[in-house]
Design a protein. Sequence first.
Length: 395
Amino acid sequence: MSTTQIATPASHWDIFCTVVDNYGDIGVTWRLAKQLAAEYHIKVNLWVDDLHSFSHILPNLIATKRQQTFNGVNIFQWNNPLDIEYQAGSVIIEAFACELPEQVKTIIEQRHKQSKSLAPHWLNLEYLSAEDWVDGCHGLPSTQVNGVKKWFYFPGFNRKTGGLICEQHLFKEREQWQSDFNNKMTLFKQLGLTGINHHDTVISVFSYETEALTALIRLWQTSTTAIHVLIPKGRSLTSIAPFIPGETNNLIPGQHVKLGNLTLHILPMTDQTGFDRLLWSCDFNIVRGEDSFLRAQWAAKPFIWHIYPQEDDYHLVKLEAFMKIYCDNLAAEISTTWCKLNLAFNQDDQHAVVNHWQQLNSVILPLQQHALNWPNNALDDADLASRLVQFVKNS
Ligand code: TRH
């Protein structure tokens, strides 16, 4: 049975998230919810339609439980129609244009009718993009039926946008972690990885399926020095199948396959803190989607971004937009190599990806320096949560 209350606005915030596929939607909303609770002491109710997927990145979550609390955030199983008593928060965020439950929309309208000041702030949190048009669309309202306003909140890489998710002390923690190599060695041990020496090259791979990855594995196999590729169980495994005896589905985290100087290690999925530390500990990261893409930037290490594929290759437009700002002050030689490598990976171009990876060696030092400088430049003084809290105050 569904019960709704419309009397007084509650002080909490509601975030609604549908898990489309993969982990990006829940990954982003979970990061935001945790940060709002930890740094702004906001009571956050996070409504998620698929707790099973969520439990991959929050292993202690019980997928069958309707309500539970982690990191100060109340997590609710969101069934449609809502079957839990619902009291609307002062701010309601629909993540990535997910359709709010009818009961919630009704409450927003009723409150608005009573008095505009009683109506919750209704925001749609959009996907991250570095495209120019984002500047003009961030923060615009759209008037819904009955005059209620919904605001469009766009994350982004400059001051005209809603900013990037980044916790207050993240860079300090990352610097401390990277200043002592024992941290990464301890992490590798905790993950059950064996045979990794301090100076070996370590590469993490969290991508979608692509033959570009198959080509890189083939290349790394011929390396004269030790390379370790760390692969959390998931879609990347399809692309390494040719190198694995038996079914990739049967691979167990902790298992490894040795191919000359290359070792492929299968990893368990961990929580987001563990995943961040993994990125901080590798020399190079291959990431994807939205959240791991950003976290690879915060790791301050060189990376390849395997962007989420879209119809008509629109993702390549988004990739170009990001490459343009990332390479803005890079020397032409470095920028060309890095951009071509990213393009080749995203176009499944086996020949080009191998070619550009081989050229990476000659620009790796300045690229590493750039990766170190980038996070502060990209953040542009304010992270997404702080801009969002301010936006709500102002609107
Ligand atoms: O899973 P993704 O491919 O998500 C994608 C994108 O967000 C895309 O924009 C969206 O449209 C699509 O989903 C539906 O990649 P992403 O965004 O990197 O999200 C992965 C999340 O999983 C991220 O929060 C990091 C987290 N993660 C862990 O917490 N632990 C792990 O071990 C791993 C491998 C990932």
